[in-house]
Design a protein around this ligand. Structure first.
Ligand code: NAP
Ligand code: GFB
Length: 321
C-alpha cells in the first residue's frame, strides 16, 4: 500500500489533488493532505513529528511561501529563507524515514530571465532569474540540486515538476499576496458588488501594469492529474515542465477580458502602467511531457475561467480573501 503525504495539501494545488483522489478512490494508495496547521514545516521538529505520524512511502511536496509578483517583489528574503527551510526539512526527513519517492514543485518563473525561448528543463540553472522573485527562484532551484545530491549519495528517486502559472478553485485571493487571476477575480467581484447605485456600464476595472506581459496558465485540476501521473509513472530525477502548449499563451489584458466575460462584466477595462509588469514572458516548452503523454487534454482556458469565477462567487465566504 502506497502512503502518500501531500505537504501544502490545503492550498490551490493541494485541494485540486484532493478533488481528483476523492473521485478516483485508488484502492492501493492512502493519501494524507497536510496544511500548516498539521505542522509548520519551517520547524524541523514539527516536520519530523508529521512524518512520524503519517509514515509516508511517497511524498508530493507542495508546501511553500507562495505569492504573486507584488508579494515577491516586497518579500524576496522571506521567500528565500522560508522556502529553503521548508524544502530542506521535508527532503531530509523523507530521507530519514526511507521514503521511496518525493515529487517537489518548482515553477517556470525560476528560469533565467535573459534566455532564448521556449524554455525547457535543461535551462533551469543557466543564469539569474527575474529580479522580482530571485528569493523564491533560488530556493526552488536548490530543490533540483538537492534531488541530484540525494540521488548521487543514496540513489533516491526525488524528482520535481515545473508548472507554469496555475489557477482554479480554492486559490489565494488576498490582493497583496495573490497571483494575477485570483487578484483580478477578487477585484472585479468587489467592483461589481460595491456601489450598486452606479450602472455597471459606467464602472471601470483596472488591469495592473501595461497588460502586455505574456503567460501560460494551467488549470489546477489538470495539473493535479499530471502530478498524480508523475508520482505513479515518472521515474527520473530530472525535472519535467507541466505546462499548457506555447500556443495557449495569453496576454495579461486577455486574462482580464476572460475574467470580465466570466463575470459578464459590462464595464470598461483600463491599464495602470504605474504598476509593475514583472517578467515580460516565461514561455515554456512542454515537449518532454507531450513525448510521454501525447494525448493529454488540457481544459479550455475560458471554460476553466468560468468554473473558477463560479467557484469564487459561490464560496466567497470560505475563500482566502
Ligand atoms: P497555496 O495555495 O498558497 O498553498 C500553499 C500551501 O502550503 C498551503 O497548503 C499552506 O498551508 C502550505 N504552507 C505554507 N507555508 C507552510 C509552512 N510553513 N508549513 C507547512 N505548510 C505550509 O499555494 P499553491 O498555489 O497551491 O502552490 C503549491 C505549489 O505550487 C508551491 O510549491 C508553489 O511554489 C508551486 N507553484 C504555484 C504556482 C501558482 O501559480 N500558484 C505556479 C507554479 C508553482 P495553509 O493552507 O495551512 O497555510
Ligand atoms: O501572477 P502574477 O502576480 O505573477 O502576474 P508573475 C503578474 C502580472 O499580472 C504582472 C499583472 O504583469 C502584473 O502587472 N497584473 C494585473 C496583476 N492585475 C494584477 C492583479 O490584480 N494582481 C497581480 N498579482 N498581478 C509570479 C512569480 O510571477 O509567478 C511567483 O513572482 C510565482 O514567484 C508565480 O512563481 C507563478 O507571473 O509575474
Amino acid at each position: 500500500m502506497k502512503k502518500v503525504l501531500v505537504t501544502g495539501g490545503t492550498g490551490l494545488v493541494g485541494q485540486a489533488l484532493q478533488d481528483i483522489i476523492k473521485n478516483e478512490q485508488p484502492n492501493d494508495e492512502e493519501w494524507f493532505f497536510a496544511g500548516s496547521k498539521d505542522a509548520d514545516l519551517t520547524n524541523l521538529v514539527a516536520t519530523q513529528a508529521l512524518f512520524e505520524k503519517v509514515k509516508p512511502t511517497h511524498v508530493i511536496h507542495l508546501a511553500a511561501m507562495v505569492g504573486g509578483l507584488f508579494h515577491n517583489m516586497n518579500n524576496n528574503l522571506d521567500f528565500l529563507r522560508n522556502n529553503l527551510l521548508i524544502n530542506d526539512h521535508v527532503l531530509q526527513t523523507a530521507h530519514e524515514l526511507g521514503c521511496t519517492k518525493v515529487v517537489s514543485c518548482l515553477s517556470t518563473c525560476i528560469f533565467p530571465d535573459n534566455t532564448s525561448y521556449p524554455i525547457d528543463e535543461t535551462m533551469v540553472h543557466n543564469g539569474p532569474p527575474h529580479v522580482s522573485n530571485y528569493g523564491y527562484s533560488y530556493a526552488k532551484r536548490l530543490i533540483d540540486i538537492q534531488n541530484h545530491a540525494y540521488h548521487d549519495k543514496y540513489g533516491h528517486l526525488y524528482t520535481s515538476v515545473i508548472p507554469c502559472n496555475i489557477f482554479g478553485p480554492h486559490d489565494n485571493y488576498k490582493p497583496d499576496v495573490s497571483h494575477v487571476i485570483p487578484g483580478m477575480i477578487n477585484r472585479m467581484h468587489k467592483l461589481r458588488t460595491e456601489q450598486p447605485e452606479i450602472p455597471e456600464s459606467e464602472k471601470v476595472f483596472t488591469v495592473y501594469g501595461s497588460g502586455k506581459p505574456l503567460r501560460q496558465f494551467i488549470y489546477s485540476l489538470d495539473l493535479a492529474k499530471l502530478m498524480i501521473w508523475v508520482l505513479r509513472h515518472y521515474n527520473s530525477v530530472e525535472p519535467i515542465v507541466l505546462s499548457v502548449d506555447e500556443s495557449a499563451e495569453v496576454t495579461i489584458y486577455e486574462v482580464a477580458e476572460a475574467i470580465a466575460k466570466a463575470f459578464n462584466f459590462k464595464g470598461k477595462l483600463i491599464c495602470d502602467t504605474s504598476k509593475a509588469d514583472g517578467q515580460y514572458k516565461k514561455t515554456a516548452s512542454n515537449a518532454k511531457l507531450r513525448s510521454l503523454l501525447p494525448d493529454f487534454k488540457f481544459t479550455d482556458f475560458e471554460e476553466a475561467m468560468q468554473a473558477s469565477v463560479l467557484w469564487y462567487t459561490t464560496n466567497y465566504d470560505q475563500a482566502r480573501n
